[in-house]
Write a protein that binds this ligand. Sequence first.
Ligand SMILES: [Cu+2]
Length: 681
Amino acid sequence: MKVFVLIALVALATAWPSFDFETLEGFQRDDPSVPTIKKQEEVNGLLWKVYDRLYNPELKSMAESFNPVADTSIYSDGGKAAQVLTRELNDNRLLEQHHWFSLFNPRQREEALMLFDVLMHCPKWDCFVKNAAYWREKMNEGEFVYALYTAVIHNDVAEGVILPPLYEVTPHMFTNSEVIMKAYTAKMKNTPGKFKMSFTGTKKNKEQRVAYFGEDIGMNTHHVTWHMDYPFWWKDSYGYHLDRKGELFFWAHHQLTVRFDAERLSNWLDPVDELHWEEPIVEGFAPHTMYKYGGEFPPRPDNVYFEDVDGIARVRDMLIMESRIRDAIAHGYIVDKTGTKIDIMNNEGIDKLGDIVESSLYSPNIQYYGQLHNLAHIMLGRQGDPHGKYNMTPGVMEHFETATRDPSFFRLHKYMDNIFKEHKDSLPPYTREELEFPGVAVESIGIEGELKTYYEEYEFDLRNAVDSAPGVEEVELMAVVNRLNHREFSFVADVNNNNGGEVLATMRIYLCPRRDNNGVILSYEKGHWYCIEMDKFWKKLSPGKNHIVRKSTESSVAVPDVPHFQTLRDAVSKGGDFEMKAFERACGIPNRMLLPKGMRDGMEFALLLAVTDGNEDAALSDPAETEFGGSHSHCGTHGEVYPDKRPMGYPIDRRIPDKRVYDETPNFKFNIVKVYHEEQN
Ligand SMILES: [Cu+2]
């Protein structure tokens, strides 16, 4: 596989002129001389009680004795990054410890990325862990956690290491203040405790009906990890190109948007309306969430009009950015920094637009198209104190961990999603010839088992939220949350292959709400945009009839629960082989939320199976034999190209003005199914 990666990288290098060959060598080096279990033990130690001293004696002595610039031969950049960061430290420029950290704060981000840069230039584990231990003691904790997480994800030297769930490393960002305060009290009294976490607000607020989605710890983990896997600040000089990052930005967020709408429909709510810069932000928000350092997250009342935010952006800047982007869509081309037109009336256009809207460094012209997504997050985060008069901390919208708690997150993303839709709608609809897979016909698509959701209780560890002192014993502190889950089920399909021999097929499964909020059946033209991706995988079809069973647990949009921090610690102390491959990726919809909640008496959905030609679609070899890391649909494949060459959302990403084209394509079929919700008393 490594060989393949290298070939892919060389191919990418030719396609992307900004690729830096010097660092290519630094990238593809894992360090087998150190067993994974040792690396895991050290990462555990670095993240345990991150606001406190280092408990692991080995790490502690590393932090004390290591000098990051003494031997620059340990780095792949000759120690450049380490020298930069050391200079900042010696000049006393680094942010203090015990202070909040926000990735959207340019200086704080710069510091976190300085450490990321150091860790990325460590081709050996020894260099990586010593730097991590050293800088943990010197840098702001939030910056450190961010740099370590992103470096473990992106530096191959840490391959096999499982990052503990962020909600057990920095629990403040994932639970409410009430629970945190109880945990502090319990710790002071040295009494173990379990604290029930409730969703923000009261039933007087309709939005509270869907707070289980925006406040779900697994959903928040998916969102924050997606942004770590595909950071907007990524430069290819870190070692490789992130394939189709702009399109993945569109697709992962589009899916969050349509999933949220399906949850709303399940709860008798209208779909989200898009945000408008010159109209009031309808929903206010009281976060009931606090920083470890810096106090409560600021609230926002209902119906406030946007104000300019000092030093960030004016409302009219946002309107101008929007209109430049929409102009590009209307023209069918974007203009890069040199004034050259780039055609976007094709499959690749969405990738460029995604980069532009996200405010990625991949944007072909950041100067002109601006930073719509990132600035919008800050604008929304600051509406409680737009002129900085009250020294308020950044809002929940200014952290990927907390952003989806605020209903305005979904308004903002609906607004951006509609911009992407404008582009997709401008492309010619697919023709029957393009859609067909000759000789292949879907006979049936259905479900084995029941589509049934329910709430369950889940506990997570709060010990890292509270402080400790030497000699003070640990007490067990847990948060208890209600979360959505579903019964296991399987997708079952019968597919005929009338070709003489075996063919490779791409199986694309979507679940689409059948009716709108008024109970009116959605047309193909309207409904296709609301389809939820359930799964995508490859299968070899033998000649004749093929009966296909695909388990819900196998879905490539979803991931299992990240193992508890304590589980990772126990696995290390047990010794032996550390093998947790299944949990390597935390990016992906939590598998238990694969289905929208549905309704007690059943909510109708169209279950769609589209079978397309795998020989044309698949970008990587042997797709029928591998799962590409488990959650490639929204999260891609680590360090490799996106496994599917088709546009994300294919074949229902473009307009469907004539439903007959889809009805008469034999390799597509849909069936009406119902999703039930088991109500508790
Ligand atoms: Cu996001």
